[in-house]
Design a protein around this ligand. Structure first.
Ligand SMILES: C[S@@+](CC[C@H](N)C(=O)[O-])C[C@H]1O[C@@H](n2cnc3c(N)ncnc32)[C@H](O)[C@@H]1O
Length: 348
């Protein structure tokens, strides 16, 4: 039990923890500055002295030294006998070579204005920017780095999702991957079902990226890339299955309903719709493991929000889909699968 004497100590500890939380942004901004000044692409294996780096970057010695010592402070550089070095793995990721993730990391800086204005956005006093961060990103050349990042984040759950989808499909299924992005779900499914065909529909920039990423995939001939918008999907009775992963959160409730209705029209009678999403529960059991993701989506999209699993369930039921099942995959994802009635009487 806490005694009276413990209280100031606990308060001091809490204050230190809060100060750390309030100032953690300094580390992010130090990283952005080092990337913008290309510090890591100027370092060789032999390291460099502050004077040398200052001259190369075009900074005065004092600010260059502050920057470099700051990077030592956060563990991104080492300083040995007055020379600055980076670990090879850090150098690869933060330099300019083929493993560089500089573009992806700087995308986080581009999201800062929305996070800084969060209180106003949550109060509803600030317009969420008319052109949301997502709408700018999805049409930009940053999609290459973004989709590689998404692929790596979602990789652990891909096989689990595809196993569930495959279990509901005929061997020679014609499948739509809606918002399929990098194409990894599509090629996994093609690998599991050697007679299947997959159409991946996504926005134009994502289609360009997918075409490059999957150019050498042995299943490429059975992967059909289609540039389009999920809100405007107009196929009729074309697919045995439609899968969509990590996309619905970009839309408001009306958009989510419209996409579900479009999918139902695009499915053949008896076809399945499989939605993989980051978990969010409406009830008090929600562990909030995806709370930061849900906030990010709210700030970055125009009207979008991470819908609860129950909400998807209700939307599918409202649209008269049958046999709605929810399954957890991994620690943070839910897959919801439902079937279009064999004799279509769906609301769509
Ligand atoms: C987070 S990524 C998910 C990629 C992949 N499905 C996965 O789970 O890893 C979201 C994808 O949805 C796509 N997307 C967003 N809005 C879309 C729309 N209106 N129509 C089609 N695709 C869209 C994006 O271009 C992007 O490829």
């Amino acid at each position: 039990m806490m005694t009276v004497g413990d209280q100031p100590r606990a308060r001091d500890e809490a204050w230190r923890a809060l100060t750390k939380m309030a100032t953690i942004y300094r580390q992010s901004h130090l990283l952005y500055a080092a990337l913008e000044l290309q510090v890591f692409s100027r370092l060789s294996e032999d390291g460099a002295k502050a004077e040398q780096l200052a001259a190369e970057i075009g900074l005065d010695l004092l600010p260059a030294t502050l920057l470099l010592n700051g990077l030592v402070g956060v563990g991104l550089l080492k300083k040995i006998e007055g020379r600055f070095y980076a670990e090879p793995s850090i150098q690869e990721l933060l330099g300019a070579g083929e493993h560089s993730v500089v573009d992806q990391l700087l995308q986080h800086k581009a999201q800062n204005p929305a996070w800084l204005g969060m209180a106003d956005i949550l109060r509803g006093n600030a317009e969420r920017p008319h052109e949301s961060y997502e709408s700018i990103l999805f049409a930009s050349d940053h999609m290459d780095g973004y989709l590689k990042m998404v692929r790596s984040v979602n990789a652990p759950d891909m096989a689990g999702f595809i196993d569930l989808v495959v279990a509901h499909l005929p061997r020679a299924a014609n499948v739509l991957d809606l918002g399929g992005g990098h194409g990894e779900h599509a090629v996994l499914l093609l690998d599991r079902l050697p007679s299947a065909e997959v159409t991946l529909l996504d926005l134009p920039k994502a289609i360009e990226v997918c075409d490059r990423l999957q150019a050498k995939n042995p299943h490429r001939a059975r992967l059909h890339l289609r540039s389009g918008d999920a809100l405007l999907l107009s196929s009729r009775d074309e697919f045995d299955g439609i899968m969509t992963s990590d996309m619905m959160h970009s839309f408001d409730a009306e958009g989510k309903r419209r996409i579900i209705a479009n999918c139902i029209k695009a499915l053949r009678p008896g076809g399945i719709l499989a939605i993989s999403k980051f978990r969010r529960l409406r009830d008090a059991d929600d562990t909030a493991s995806t709370s930061m993701f849900a906030l990010k989506v709210y700030l970055n999209s125009h009207g979008g929000y991470l819908e609860s699993d129950e909400e998807v369930h209700e939307m599918l039921a409202e649209a008269d889909l049958e046999g709605i099942e929810s399954r957890r995959i991994g620690s943070d994802k839910t897959v919801i699968i439902a079937r279009k009635p064999a004799r279509a009487s769906c609301a769509a």
